[in-house]
Design a protein around this ligand. Structure first.
Ligand SMILES: Cc1cc2nc3c(=O)[nH]c(=O)nc-3n(C[C@H](O)[C@H](O)[C@H](O)COP(=O)(O)OP(=O)(O)OC[C@H]3O[C@@H](n4cnc5c(N)ncnc54)[C@H](O)[C@@H]3O)c2cc1C
Ligand SMILES: NC(=O)c1ccc[n+]([C@@H]2O[C@H](COP(=O)([O-])OP(=O)(O)OC[C@H]3O[C@@H](n4cnc5c(N)ncnc54)[C@H](OP(=O)(O)O)[C@@H]3O)[C@@H](O)[C@H]2O)c1
Length: 527
């Protein structure tokens, strides 16, 4: 057995673990007090120089590696965690989806509390820690799959649970060995933004990463969330749904990223209806601690004066900061204003043979961008001259609902000079919410018993060109369709083509049949 820096190196090359064996092994490593063994999966029989070393094996590094390998190249991933896949399955997207699922389920249960088959939820508080523990107990399943798939099916080489020491643009040291490559691909991701206020290090202040690693008590009856974008709102809705008073301290206004006014209003109205409190223009000035270093209260300046909220649990959803400082210093990388590594459309940094991908290069910090930027870097390395700049992509977030959006909002489209008509359900969002539409899977109970809660959907159309230029949906199950709809819209989808599609009724988006009702008209008007 090899030892490096007092830690053993497991030569995993000739071991062929099953997914479950991987999951157990990763668990053991994560629990090991000394940091656990280094996982060394390097092919001793391949004598080719590496085409690329990927520093970081998250979404960006792993997908880039897989593509490069598939194209016949040789790659090596070095990651400080004992699993591939990065933050998404470990502390970001996957727990967020679990919490958002809980929020949706709990809203249903609370809405129909004591009716039909629903239990009486009066005064019922659900354990936040219980759900966090559920996640922690299950997360090594996805980790196990990724290590297994990457080794046994994708034939990737990797060294995991090992810090990387980048020496220059062709050289990285790991586990006491020096590796040379034609290129480096930097894929080390980003980390949660921090607040610089007194008391920030008190026990009971969490971000999405520390929440799943260190929550060791059940929060009390009030939660304070700082931030007003995706992370803050998604976690805030979950905390609210568990039965706690949830106060959102938002520096400007919440959910600015939802551009369509009516859609945003519907989303905010439903959160407020669930009891969430939004304080806009709030600047946190300090966090007060009790005698044992635990959070006692949060104090903020607001347009209405100072507010002080007593709580033992604060959640920060303040955006992500690219993990660029150290690499920039070593390699002389140029950074943008938010610390993001600047790259050209081929994902090349200013340093020859050094590429950067994923969250490290700034927004949009989403999985599609992480994975695709990794792949496009690999394709460039393998000789294709191919450009990638993320633009015109679909987007989504969770509240207690799933909110999907793409293209332009109504106001934005008008401002851009389009002759706008809209098709929406319910047709009158201001006064007509109490009709049993829209209705579909997961919203049927609302549609019939609480119609105003059954969702909102809208497409924005240019009446002159008849092209669809925006789509917005609050409900469940539409996110998937938005991935494909976005491609069609970029290709110039018209109301006539949309109306000629075949719907799977009752469909989460009612866009097809509503378009069909209008498509016969030469002069389009709202529906
Ligand atoms: C709360 C939250 C929820 C999210 N939910 C979604 C969602 O639902 N859908 C979506 O599309 N996106 C979501 N995102 C965004 C998504 O998680 C990121 O865009 C994506 O994970 C970025 O991938 P990456 O490979 O760039 O970085 P990461 O996945 O973070 O990978 C970076 C890797 O680099 C490694 N590393 C770091 N430093 C070193 C070093 N010095 N040496 C070696 N290795 C190193 C890390 O261990 C890690 O494995 C969410 C983000 C957050 C914060
Ligand atoms: N697809 C998904 O479902 C999903 C989920 C979560 C995260 N993500 C991705 O992960 C990244 C991070 O998400 P995010 O929602 O945390 O970040 P974000 O969209 O960058 O928003 C940051 C939020 O933090 C606030 N903020 C920043 N610094 C602050 C400070 N010093 N004091 C007070 N408030 C401050 C901002 O307030 P103001 O705007 O008011 O200034 C904003 O509300 C994003 O790129 C996001 O797309 C994706």
């Amino acid at each position: 057995m090899n030892i490096w820096n007092g830690r053993s190196i497991w030569n995993a090359r000739d071991d062929h673990l099953s997914i479950n064996q991987w999951a157990t092994r990763i668990d053991e490593i994560l629990e090991a007090p000394d940091g656990g063994e280094i996982i060394y999966n390097v092919d001793p029989d391949d004598t080719r120089e590496y085409d690329a070393i990927f520093v970081g094996g998250g979404a960006a590094g792993r997908f880039g590696s897989a593509y490069l390998r598939a194209m016949g190249g040789r790659q090596l991933i070095i990651d400080r965690w004992p699993f591939l896949g990065g933050s998404c399955p470990h502390n970001a997207c996957v727990p967020h989806h679990l919490f958002s699922d809980c929020a949706a389920e709990l809203m249903l249960a609370r809405t129909f509390s004591g009716q039909y088959w629903f239990p009486d939820m009066t005064g019922k508080r659900v354990g936040i820690k219980e759900i966090v523990d559920l996640f922690r107990a299950g997360r090594n399943g996805p980790h196990g799959i990724m290590n297994f798939q990457s080794k046994e099916q994708l034939n990737l080489e990797y060294i995991l649970n090992c810090p990387s020491n980048v020496i220059d643009n062709h050289t990285v040291e790991a586990a006491g060995k020096v590796f040379k490559a034609k290129n480096l691909v930097l894929a080390v991701g980003a980390e949660p933004g921090r607040l610089d206020v007194p008391g920030i290090d008190a026990k009971g202040v969490y971000d999405h990463a520390s929440l799943v690693e260190t929550l060791d008590y059940e929060p009390g009856d009030t939660v304070v969330v700082v931030g007003g974008s995706k992370t803050a709102v998604e976690y805030g809705c979950f905390f609210n749904a568990t039965g706690r008073r949830t106060v959102m301290l938002v520096r400007t206004t919440p959910l600015k990223l939802i551009k369509d006014r009516e859609t945003r209003k519907y989303v905010l109205d439903r959160m407020t209806e669930q009891g969430m409190e939004f304080v806009e223009g709030a600047n946190v000035t300090r966090i007060e601690e009790d005698g044992e270093g635990r959070v006692k209260a949060v104090v903020a300046n607001t347009p209405n004066g100072e507010v002080r909220i007593e709580t033992d649990f604060v959640f920060l959803g303040l955006g992500e900061e690219p993990r660029s400082a150290e690499l920039a210093k070593t390699l002389g990388l140029k950074l943008g204003p938010k610390g993001e590594v600047l790259v050209n459309e081929n994902l090349q940094t200013n340093v020859p043979n050094v590429y950067a991908v994923g969250d490290l290069i700034g927004g949009p910090m989403e999985m599609f961008k992480a994975r695709k930027s990794g792949v496009y870097a690999a394709r460039n390395i393998m000789g294709e001259k191919i450009a990638y700049t993320p633009r015109d992509f679909p987007d989504f977030l969770h509240t207690h609902y799933e909110v999907s959006f793409l293209g332009m909002g109504e106001e934005e489209a008008r401002a851009a000079g389009h002759q706008v008509i809209t098709i929406k359900m319910p047709p009158d969002n201001e006064n007509g919410l109490n009709v049993a539409l829209p209705a579909s899977d997961r919203t049927m109970m609302y549609a019939f018993a609480k119609p105003h809660m059954s969702g909102f959907q809208k497409i924005v159309i240019d009446a002159n060109t008849r092209k669809v230029i925006g789509a917005h949906h609050v409900g469940y199950g539409a996110k998937d369709a938005f991935q494909y709809l976005n491609v069609l819209i970029k290709d110039g989808l018209t109301i006539d083509q949309l109306g000629d599609m075949d719907e799977l009724f009752l469909n989460p988006t009612h866009f097809i049949q509503l378009s069909r009702l209008r498509a016969g008209a030469k002069n389009l008007v709202n529906l």
